[in-house]
Design a protein around this ligand. Structure first.
Ligand SMILES: Cc1cc2nc3c(=O)[nH]c(=O)nc-3n(C[C@H](O)[C@H](O)[C@H](O)COP(=O)(O)OP(=O)(O)OC[C@H]3O[C@@H](n4cnc5c(N)ncnc54)[C@H](O)[C@@H]3O)c2cc1C
Length: 424
């Protein structure tokens, strides 16, 4: 019998537990440890932030669902991982031993890297559902007395899609309230150009998103480094393609939502051989840590290199499609190790995104994520907005039932069908 412990219960951790339960032997124990009693569908957070969704709509209670599936659930924060002795410390002072460990703890949000940044500073966030709930309360007051808005992503960020989504969702919400004329919106991003997305662009994401920003009267500053944020003023340095200062901006705002850079969580930070200097888990092509051969990792907490160097540092995003393929590869590889074999399954690492733009949307596929690619495709339309809503509802319904499917793979195949149809 082996105990397989999964840290984290997000888009990586929950499907990981469900797939691992199916792949493991009957006598093995699958155990999930997560600080949150619920799963949250993170991609819906921008909707929560303008009250288009209630937080309950995107949450799933984990304990009853895991119980039904024969998975042990421990609702505790992990304070430290000890890969040298196969043990984990929990916040209540207890410890858990493991035979195999899968780290799926998502990101630590590095707000502290910019003075005045984040929910404890002067800006709102959509990165966690609790932040989105706070942002929604702020939004309620803001719309009574509106003013300038800044949205975007700071230096070192790797997750750009939600910044675009939030800018256009806020724009749509303000238009519905007929107060958009009172709200100048500026999009401030570390990307070298609009639509780069940490991916070097995908298909015509540059043209599509530039066009959308223009049509929605949203001004943009690219190659931007946020120096500090004060109450009502964001201090930004715009750099040229060599990274040299081009212009300083002092941008007034009444409401700002910026995506931070990510790091790995404190429970693994600084562990020699396990993580890189930013705390992301080092993995080989089989999702396995090269030093600790019974430790795997999936999701935003894995270390992957940026797609290319940019004048202001940016990272490459880890999206649902990639995470799903990491999960499947890991479940198969742990089973192989249980059977005394070497792991042989590799994740596909394709990027697929449905970015909601309020009442329309942009879809893109990058196969593989790292250029040069076999497929790069992007398209715009109201169908993307509707497809994102349908996908959200389907995903959450299945997780409530404890069913993990290749959600993104199926969506990707459908979109690939559309691409082929359009090409023929
Ligand atoms: C706002 C936003 C929107 C996004 N939208 C999309 C999208 O539309 N499409 C897409 O493909 N990707 C999207 N992404 C990217 C990615 O899919 C998500 O970030 C996704 O949630 C990552 O899943 P994860 O499991 O790696 O991390 P998370 O979902 O963050 O899960 C991490 C889990 O670990 C737990 N945890 C963390 N630390 C500890 C600890 N010390 N002890 C115990 N538990 C711990 C957390 O409570 C949580 O349960 C989006 C990201 C963001 C931030």
């Amino acid at each position: 019998m082996a105990r397989i412990v999964i840290l984290g219960a997000g888009i990586g951790g929950v499907p990981m537990a469900l797939e691992m339960r199916q792949m493991a032997r009957k006598e093995d124990e699958v155990c999930v440890i997560s600080e949150s009693p619920t799963f949250h569908f993170v991609p819906s957070n921008p909707w929560v932030a303008v009250k288009w969704r209630k937080p309950e709509d995107i949450k799933v209670e984990l304990a009853p669902m895991f119980k039904k599936k024969g998975i042990t659930f421990v609702n505790q924060k992990v304070t430290r991982v000890h890969p040298d002795r196969n043990q984990i410390d929990l916040a209540d002072g207890s410890t858990v031993d493991y035979d195999y460990l899968v780290i799926a703890t998502g990101p630590k949000l590095a707000f502290e890297e910019v003075p005045g940044f984040g929910p404890h500073g002067h800006t709102q966030s959509v990165c966690h559902v609790d932040h989105a709930v706070e942002a929604a309360e702020f939004w309620d007051e803001f719309v009574k007395d509106p003013g300038p808005v800044i949205v975007g992503s700071v230096q070192g960020a790797s997750c750009f899609g939600p910044a675009y989504e939030y800018a256009f969702i806020a724009d749509a919400d303000l238009r519905k309230r007929e107060i958009r004329d009172k709200v100048p919106i500026t999009f401030v991003t570390s990307e070298p150009y609009i639509g780069h997305l940490g991916l070097g662009g995908v298909g015509d994401t540059k043209g599509l998103l530039e066009g959308e920003l223009r049509q929605h009267h949203i001004k943009a500053i690219t190659n931007a480094r946020v120096d500090r944020i004060e109450d009502g003023v964001m201090h930004v340095t715009e750099v040229d393609e060599k990274g040299q200062e081009k212009q300083k901006h002092e941008l007034p705002f009444k409401h700002a939502m910026m995506i931070p850079a990510f790091k790995g969580v404190e429970a693994v930070a600084g562990i020699e051989g396990l993580v890189n200097p930013r705390g992301f888990v080092l993995i080989d092509e089989y999702q396995r840590n090269p030093t600790f051969k019974n430790v795997y990792s999936v999701g935003v907490c894995v270390a992957i290199p940026p797609v290319e160097a940019t004048p202001v540092p940016t990272g490459s995003p880890k999206t649902g499609y990639m995470i799903e393929s990491m999960v499947t590869a890991t479940a198969h590889n742990i089973r192989e190790q249980l059977d005394g074999k070497e792991p042989s399954h590799k994740a596909t690492w394709n990027a697929l995104c449905l970015a909601d733009l309020g009442d329309t949307g942009v879809a893109f596929i990058a196969r593989p994520q790292m250029p040069p690619r076999n497929v790069t495709w992007a398209s715009k339309g109201r169908w993307v907005h509707l497809a994102k809503i349908a996908f959200e509802k389907y995903f959450i319904r299945k997780i409530r039932k404890g069913i993990s499917e290749p959600f993104y793979e199926r969506l990707g195949l459908k979109l690939m069908g559309i691409v082929r149809l359009k090409k023929s």
